[in-house]
Ligand binder design. Structure first.
Ligand code: SF4
Ligand code: SF4
Length: 384
């Protein structure tokens, strides 16, 4: 397992984490075994969106005596009512669900207190300027929440959260299918095939999503990823909007090569699925490579936009082409050169200015990226 910094929080997290949907409908024995399996595989990041009491109790039991081995992302505004999960903004319900969370987890703090599922602008405004945010700030001031987070599927809302300066972690839905879609307040649109047949769907990453990735990278806001397989559709050729099936490893690799992504919640429902996802870090490059597939799909072929896949390596001059393109894109998305990006670029051993325009890389790029032009543009942006 490899570990990454959770943005500016500085917490070291496993690049593959465990989501709580794995526990739904199971029992404590199953939960204890799955959590132990996760820890043994090096997983230390756990998402707790689900308020089901047994899941909170099981996680609390598993953490006893070894709290430091867990980085917990727990959700506010997610309550167990009338025997089912509900999203709520009612402050009394939010408070009692949160008190229940701490009581059952038997812990003094959670690492990330995540404001749950904000996709609509109206909802975002009400939460950020209302009692829910005040309560979240209270919990943070009291040390019960170390960092504030927010979950959303809408890049427009996520951008505002990243710009707020208060949100350190955003749980966001990342995968190549959603990445071609413009922002939408209706999460159901992400799952409907007709969405991908609409004329405004792009053949490359949506600019607002690019802006989100760029902003998070430069501000040190970490992205933790939900729905890396597009709700399963990307794993099935008939369901995928690309008309071809990706493997789980290719989906994870796609997510983990986006800027600002710290951890992917793999959505494993069994011990085997969890171990399969956790093995990602050890897989050879060819098993993770999504480039050939996405560069040759029957629909929505990505073109002339770098996907940071690394397929064009090795460069004759020793340039890390994917990184150069990523840093240049981060600047273009924000129409400026953020200081952190300049530093990252400065740390590259060989700069874009060393490109000898041999063109060897272009013959290897599945997305027809005009790499020599991109190197020239990067040279102009960074002056090296
Ligand atoms: S230039 Fe092409 S091959 Fe190279 S990292 Fe970008 S998309 Fe991949
Ligand atoms: S064209 Fe430039 S970036 Fe591509 S392989 Fe040659 S030197 Fe490297």
């Amino acid at each position: 397992m490899r570990y990454r910094k959770l943005g500016r929080t500085g917490i070291s997290v496993s690049e593959v984490g465990l989501g709580s949907e794995a526990f739904v409908g199971r029992d404590d024995d199953f939960a204890q075994e799955l959590i132990d399996t996760a820890l043994q595989a090096g997983v230390n990041y756990f998402d707790l969106y689900n308020p089901e009491p047994y899941i909170r109790d099981s996680m609390g039991k598993a953490m006893a005596g070894r709290r430091e081995q867990f980085v917990i992302q727990a959700h506010l505004c997610s309550a167990w009512m009338d025997g089912q999960y509900k999203r709520t903004r009612n402050i009394e319900t939010v408070r009692s669900a949160c008190e229940d969370l701490f009581r059952r987890l038997k812990t003094d703090y959670v690492d990330v207190g995540m404001i749950h599922y904000l996709d609509e602008q109206k909802d975002y405004d009400a939460v950020f300027h209302g009692p829910v945010m005040e309560y979240a700030r209270e919990l943070k001031a009291a040390g019960k929440i170390l960092h504030l987070g927010m979950s959303t599927h809408n890049p427009r809302v996520a951008i505002q959260a990243a710009e707020s300066g208060e949100i350190d972690v955003i749980m966001f839905s990342v995968n190549p299918a959603y990445d071609i879609l413009p922002p939408n307040e209706d999460v159901n649109a992400l799952f409907e095939k007709s969405t991908y047949e609409a004329p405004d769907v792009l053949s490359c990453t949506d600019p607002e999503r690019l802006k989100l990735y760029s902003l998070c990278e430069s501000e040190g806001v970490a992205l933790t990823v939900m729905k890396p397989y597009g709700g399963g559709a990307l794993l099935d050729a008939d369901e995928s909007p690309f008309g071809a099936a990706m493997t789980a490893a290719q989906c994870l690799h796609y997510c983990l090569t986006r800027p600002a992504v710290a951890c992917v919640l793999a959505g494993a429902r069994t011990k085997e699925e969890l171990l399969g996802a956790a093995a990602y870090s050890e897989l050879p490059e060819e098993e993770k490579d999504f480039a050939r597939l996405l560069g040759n799909t029957p629909a929505h072929r990505f073109t002339d936009k770098c996907m940071y896949c690394g397929h064009c390596a090795p460069c004759t001059a020793g340039i890390d082409i994917a990184s150069v393109n990523k840093f240049a894109d981060l600047c273009e998305a924000q129409h400026m050169v953020p200081e952190t990006v300049r530093e990252h670029y400065g740390a590259l051993k060989v700069k874009a200015g060393s490109c000898v325009k041999c063109g060897a890389c272009e013959t290897r790029c599945p997305f027809d990226v005009k790499i020599t032009e991109h190197m020239q543009k990067a040279y102009e942006i960074f002056g090296a």
